[in-house]
Design a protein around this ligand. Sequence first.
Ligand code: MTE
Length: 362
Amino acid sequence: MQPPDKHPKIIVQDQQPFNAESPLEPLRRSFVTPTELFYVRNHGTIPEVDPASYRLTVSGMVERQLELSLEEIRDEFPKETVTATVQCAGNRRQGLMEAQQIPGETPWGAGALGNARWSGVPLREVLQAAGVGEEARHVAFAGLDEIEEGWSPNYGSSVPLHKGMSPEVLLAYEMNGEPLRSEHGFPLRAVVPGYIGARSVKWLSDITLQYVPSDNYFQAHEYKLFPPYVTEETVDYTEGFALGEISLNAVTCSPSDGEELSAGPVPFRGYAIAGGGRTIERVDLSTDEGQSWIGADLKEGEGHPWAWRFWEATMELDRGKHQIVVRALDSAADTQPADAGGIWNFKGYANNAWHSVEVDAR
Ligand code: MTE
């Protein structure tokens, strides 16, 4: 299969499996990310699925098993659209790698996320059609891609039932008003807004209601958070916790790190994102490593609880080099840690330390 048709400036991290992130300045130009700029995170093949023979099965702790064709999913259930940002748990891993090495993992910058208009059927409509069994606590998803690394035959994950029954969780067949492209999960994927991207299973083939979380490798081993003192040598995968809601984050998209620019008023632009449906309430910038802060203006994103929030601030910069850090505060009054060293973890997930760029004002 050819690598996906993406924007010429997309940053390819791996060809096989295909992994690519968005360059930050173009990413910040539009609130809804054009599909060609939207990052791609794969663990295996990009399957070519025949839409005519495709079936979604719903089984496990249900009153009746379902086997649905794409036509039935489209025609027999309501269609909803949710604007939601999907972000990889490994977004900004590079910052953790600078604190301490993380061998064998993709060195994502801050572009492993994107915001799309997803359309499809709310997952709960399908679960209700199957009849949720009283014992069910988790919704497990399985995909059709083949994983080459021998860990697991396919990709899978799960979400707690209460999240699966929330109205924003979709079985999406459209992205930005078009049928899903193959690299984004054609013909059907889960979209779990507010959760790490790993739970939004692409090329979705099976939904199983069960009492326990999925035992798929990508739920039981990967995408778990371990403390800084646990290493690949000492890890016990039954410990740690399976990541769910994404953590609060803020990133400067322009100017870029290392940019040379003119002294005087300089516009700074970026994104901020909160997990679990919380909202961004404030974004602050500092030129003195957090001794003092100025507030940024919050821009696009108001009224979209599952999307990122754009921000902008004008900083007066004298000639010379400046380090500008950014942090956000959310509706739970949560804010971000200053330093990546303290949140380092050997898999490199959930880096939400203050993001910094260095600029040279001439
Ligand atoms: N679903 C399947 N079947 N296989 C995968 O490798 N990757 C997951 C998730 N769903 C994955 C998957 C991860 S880790 C992320 S971050 C998102 O898909 C990425 O979605 P995107 O490629 O559409 O941006």
